[in-house]
Structures are given as structure tokens and as C-alpha cells.
Design a protein around this ligand. Structure first.
Ligand code: PLP
Length: 465
């Protein structure tokens, strides 16, 4: 493909992209795909000779598109969204076009410095206390793994065989247990801390667990507090947890993967009260700040501790500027790095802080409105507080009162019916061992009409199953 051909195809692709953004709401959210369908439709070998772009693109439309789940559909209510936006997409096009690998300052000075600038801007938007320095990782799982490795090395010193412990609430994300395992904490390394009636970590239980471990000769290394748990967006009480961590000299890592974005709203910022106690903190702009996946904003207080764990400079990577610049390859796991700051910069400038706040405010208000509709409807119940965009609820018909197994079967049937319909995509969780439907209002294009439509479909499905 020469440059002229590229130009022609790119124009066609951009037209396709604009049509997609305009029409995505008319597609099925979840595809009607069966396992193996695409695999069986494609040849076993790569083509021996090149094919014309028209044929490749036709197969993309004919074979690939029908198997896609549309994460940026206005009735995508599942998991937590992976949002994008037109300015972010444009930045991704430029990033892909330059194809830069931004491991060191020298390998793209502007990429490093734009990352520093955007991370400072975001810190100010979140009103983070002075002393946090930011870096962009790929995902929240990586941000937590980086924190767990830093905490491990601070608690034990590299190479020590002391038994270390990580603490997180029973509602913490699975990336904590996975990260602890990958960071080599060993066997029974994560202590699960009980939660209160609103699914937030109980500080008294945390303090007791740390005391019991110290008495048993185990070294407490890291507490992971969650601001916005995956199941129900519960907010762990950072001020009390932070005081315990300070007193016990334990690394406090704060996982605000989803809800952290909402802290740019002054009225929601109290969810980060106590963040001054944290050693590290992250949230994912790729979840709720309209930046394409992937982009996880990681903030750390003690950059030297980070560098002690991650910096390693072989001769072939040395540059003349090393003493005066930041080389982000030393701030995380991977050497090669994508230019992620560009899409963040485009989004921040394109919407402005007030524009972003308006979108988040709207989502949060719609979540509250849905929770009110559910609470007001006979035989439906809201199952957890709704601080930031996620509503957990279930249908509770009189015939099934107190029959948990039947309630699970009934509500699961509602979710499966709706997902099969292609009209919307929902997921579920369990709260206190009870099945709960999760509906997240946080997709950029989601408006009141989409939430109202979803609520109508839910009631129809409940009557039908
Ligand atoms: N932490 C929380 C609270 C999450 O909800 C998630 C994902 O939804 C993660 C961490 C992991 O994020 P990522 O998919 O970026 O690894």
C-alpha cells in the first residue's frame, strides 16, 4: 500500500468511523455470535501473497463486525464502560500513524513531557495533595501490581524471605489477589477484611488483622483500599484506613479505577478525602474520562521507592540526557511504552474540565434517577447505595419471597433474556451472597431516554420470564 493508496483508504475508513459513531445505537449491543464462528470462517493459514485492501475491509465488515460487542453503545450498561470519544479517537489515529515507542525521554521527548504535563493537570483536577507524581500505565491491574511490588520492596527489602501480607476488603477487585501472587508475596498473602452494611472496608477489622499478623511474626506490607468497588461502587473510608497505615507504616494503595474520575466534581471530591495518607493511587481515564482504552493514571508519593524497584539501565539504553530527564521506562514493568498522553491531552483540551464535569454529573444524576424508579416500583429492590453511576438491584416478586435460589434463577433469567435480545448489555454480581443486577450509567452517549428504555425493558423481561 503506497501513500496515495493509504490516503484513499484512510478517507474511506474515516467515513466508516464517523458513520459508526453516528449509528452505533442502532446495532445490537451484544453480538449474536456462537463460539468458534469467526475462527471457522477464516482460513487456517495467512495468505501467501498480499490482498487488496477492499477485500480485507469487506471481510472486516462481513465477518468481524457481526462478532463485536459495542462498548460505546448508549445501552451498554455492563461491567464498567471502556469509554472513548471523538477527540480521543483522533489522537489514537495520530499515535498509530507516528508509531513511536516512548520508553525514554530521548525516544520521544514530547511524549514524556506531555505525560508529565497531563498527569499534573489531572492531579489538579482531582485536587490531589502536593507530593504525588503521575505516570500512565496500561491498565488498573498494572497500576496495582506496580504498587504491590513497590510496597513489597519497601517492607522487606529486595531479596528478603520475610512473610509479607496484603490487606484488602472482600469487595476488592481480583487484580489485588492476582497482583499479590505475581509480585511473589507467596501462599496465603492476601487477608480479606470484612465490610460494613454498605460494602465498605471496616477499619476496626483492618487494625485487628494487622495486629494479629504482627503478633504472628508476619510483616504487613500493603493495604489496598477501594474507592468505588466493582460490585457496588462502595467507598472504603480512607481517613480511618489511612491513619492505621500511617501508624503501622504500611503502604496504602488506593484503587479508584472507576469512581476516581468523578472526583473531578467538587461535590463528589469527598470520596477522596484521606488520599493524603496514600502512598499510591490510580484511576482509569479509559473507564470514565472518555479516553480510549488503555490509559491508567498512577500517582505515587515516593518516586525513589518506585525507581528502586523498577529502574534498570543496561548500557544500550543509556542516553546523554539521563541525569536531567525522566525516563518512564523506569517507572513500571514494561520497557516499550505507547504514547498514551496524546489522547488524554486531546480529551482534556477538547472538553475542558467543565465539559467533562457536565458529562459525569449527568451520568451520576441518571444513576440516581434509575435508583429512585427501582425503589418506587413494587417488587423491585435497590441492593446497595448508588454513589457514582452504578445501580445494583433485583426483581423480588411476592411468589419468591425469601427463596434466594429461586430469586437468583429468576433475576439471572432476566439478565440473560435482555442480553440475548441485543437491546442492552447488563452484568451481575453478588452482594452478601445475593444475586444483584448491575446497571452502570457511564457510557458517553447514554442519555435519559436510554436509561428509561432500559428500565422499561427490565420490567417487561421480569414479567415475561
Ligand atoms: N479495580 C477496580 C475497582 C475495577 O473495577 C477494575 C476493572 O473493572 C480494575 C481494578 C481493573 O482494571 P483494568 O481492567 O484496567 O485492569
Amino acid at each position: 500500500m503506497d501513500v496515495d493508496e493509504f490516503r484513499a483508504h484512510a478517507h474511506r475508513v474515516v467515513d466508516w468511523m464517523a458513520d459508526y459513531l453516528r449509528d452505533v445505537g442502532s446495532l445490537r449491543v451484544l453480538p449474536d455470535a456462537r463460539p468458534g464462528e469467526l475462527r471457522n470462517a477464516l482460513p487456517a493459514e495467512a495468505p501467501a501473497t498480499g490482498e487488496p485492501f477492499e477485500r480485507i475491509f469487506a471481510d472486516f465488515e462481513r465477518l468481524v463486525m457481526p462478532g463485536m460487542t459495542h462498548w460505546n453503545h448508549p445501552r451498554f450498561f455492563a461491567y464498567f464502560p471502556a469509554n472513548h470519544s471523538p477527540p480521543s479517537i483522533l489522537a489514537e489515529m495520530l499515535t498509530a500513524t507516528m508509531g513511536a515507542q516512548c520508553m525514554s525521554w530521548l525516544t520521544s521527548p514530547a511524549a514524556t513531557e506531555l505525560e508529565q504535563v497531563t498527569m499534573r493537570w489531572v492531579a489538579r483536577m482531582l485536587a490531589l495533595p502536593e507530593g504525588f507524581t503521575g505516570v500512565i500505565h496500561d491498565t488498573g491491574s498494572t497500576s496495582t501490581l506496580v504498587a504491590l511490588i513497590s510496597a513489597r520492596d519497601r517492607a522487606a527489602g529486595v531479596g528478603s524471605d520475610r512473610q509479607l501480607r496484603v490487606y484488602a476488603s472482600k469487595e476488592a477487585h481480583s487484580s489485588v489477589a492476582k497482583g499479590a501472587r505475581l509480585a511473589g508475596y507467596g501462599g496465603d498473602c492476601v487477608r480479606t477484611i470484612a465490610t460494613d452494611a454498605e460494602f465498605a472496608m471496616r477499619p476496626d477489622q483492618l487494625a485487628a488483622a494487622i495486629a494479629a499478623d504482627r503478633a504472628a511474626g508476619i510483616t504487613p506490607a500493603c493495604v489496598v483500599a477501594t474507592v468505588g468497588t466493582t460490585s457496588s461502587t462502595a467507598i472504603d473510608p480512607l481517613p480511618a484506613i489511612g491513619e492505621i497505615c500511617r501508624r503501622e507504616r504500611v503502604w496504602l494503595h488506593v484503587d479508584a479505577a472507576w469512581a476516581g474520575a468523578a472526583a473531578i466534581l467538587p461535590e463528589v471530591r469527598p470520596i477522596l478525602d484521606g488520599i493524603e495518607h496514600a502512598d499510591s493511587f490510580f484511576f482509569n481515564p479509559h473507564k470514565w474520562l472518555f479516553v480510549n482504552f488503555d490509559c491508567s493514571a498512577y500517582y505515587v508519593r515516593d518516586v525513589d521507592a518506585l525507581l528502586r524497584s523498577f529502574a534498570l539501565t543496561p548500557e544500550y539504553l543509556r542516553t546523554a540526557q539521563d541525569a536531567e530527564v525522566v525516563n518512564f521506562r523506569d517507572w513500571g514493568i514494561q520497557l516499550g511504552r505507547r504514547f498514551r498522553a496524546l489522547k488524554l491531552w486531546f480529551v482534556l483540551r477538547s472538553y475542558g474540565v467543565e465539559g467533562l464535569r457536565a458529562m459525569l454529573r449527568e451520568h451520576i444524576a441518571l444513576g440516581h434517577e434509575l435508583a429512585q424508579w427501582v425503589a418506587a416500583e413494587p417488587h423491585w429492590e435497590v441492593m446497595a447505595p448508588t454513589p457514582v453511576g452504578l445501580v445494583c438491584f433485583r426483581h423480588h416478586p411476592p411468589a419468591l419471597v425469601d427463596d434466594e435460589a429461586a430469586l437468583t434463577t429468576h433475576n439471572r433469567a432476566i439478565v440473560e433474556r435482555l442480553n440475548r435480545s441485543g437491546q442492552m448489555f447488563l452484568t451481575h454480581t453478588t452482594l452478601n451472597d445475593r444475586y444483584a443486577i448491575r446497571l452502570v450509567v457511564g457510557q458517553r452517549c447514554t442519555q435519559r431516554e436510554h436509561v428509561a428504555h432500559a428500565w422499561r425493558l427490565l420490567r417487561e423481561a421480569a414479567a415475561a420470564v
